[in-house]
Design a binder for this molecule. Structure first.
Ligand SMILES: [Zn+2]
Length: 262
């Protein structure tokens, strides 16, 4: 059975939270392990560490502040995050970045929190897991400044266009692809791009409980996405790339090991 690593699972403070054990088990039964649990703000990152320590075989996590939560970032946040990042369970700084689609935090505050986290990732030489939605120009400007000092950088849930994909690949970013690509309407553009991501720069993820792949048949009873569906997404992407699914699975598995240094 092919092995998979789900590089973005929102297990904390989400609809997945109540049945952690069952969700992990269903994933493991499909060859999906470990899971990378996303920390979206600092208290949640602390929970993600606790949860990962309680499931040491199957969970690792990130620690950071998502752009939605950038307003929470303050003078003591860098020190708090530095402490959290000491945990051997923390494999990347993040999720951090810019989201001008929702604008849940002021844009200036988003840029400040993002840059502070990049500086910490540079200081600690930890990989960084990032988010960008409708903020390409500012994101690219900031990345251009920091990229050469960062050890490894990943833009998760990439949903941009060809121009942004090429700019990010030129900066040697990994790109994470979700089940967004399975959406028969809004995923069409992405479906035409995934074959042009180099073999050693593509990662796969569910971003569960969000983004249930719309093309699954039969449709799952619940609209909640789960890590157990990652093999379906992988197969779908492999077909778009004209690659053997087993070879694609092995490649993305190795890319995840390399990126997170597992
Ligand atoms: Zn995200």
């Amino acid at each position: 059975m092919p092995k998979y690593i789900d590089i973005a699972v929102n297990l904390i403070n989400s609809s997945l939270g109540k049945n952690t054990h069952d969700i992990i088990q269903r994933a493991v039964d499909k060859g999906v392990s470990p899971l990378i649990v996303i920390g979206s703000n600092l208290p949640e990152s602390e929970h993600a560490i606790t949860c990962s320590l309680a499931n040491p075989q199957h969970l690792y996590c990130t620690a950071g502040t998502h752009p939605h939560h950038a307003s929470e970032w303050n003078d003591s946040s860098t020190n708090t995050l530095r402490e959290l990042a000491r945990s051997p369970k923390v494999v990347a700084i993040g999720e951090c970045g810019l989201d001008y689609n929702r604008d849940f935090s002021p844009r200036k505050k988003q840029r400040e929190a993002f840059e502070a986290q990049l500086r910490l990732a540079v200081e600690l030489q930890l990989p960084v897991l990032m988010h960008e939605r409708d903020a390409h120009d500012d994101f690219l400007a900031i990345m251009t400044e920091y990229r050469s000092s960062l050890c490894a950088a990943l833009l998760h849930c990439f949903t941009g266009n060809r121009k942004s994909m090429e700019a990010y690949l030129a900066l040697d970013l990994y790109l994470g692809i979700t089940g967004w690509v399975c959406d028969e309407r809004r995923g069409l553009e992405l479906a035409g791009l995934v074959s042009d991501i180099p073999d050693d720069r593509i990662l796969i993820e569910t971003d569960s409980p969000y983004l249930l792949p719309r093309s699954m048949r039969p449709k799952p009873k619940s609209s909640k996405n789960e890590p157990q569906y990652l093999p379906y997404i992988a197969q779908y992407i492999a077909t778009l790339r004209g690659q053997d699914p087993a070879i694609f699975a092995a490649k993305t598995y190795q890319n995840s090991l390399d990126f997170f240094r597992l």
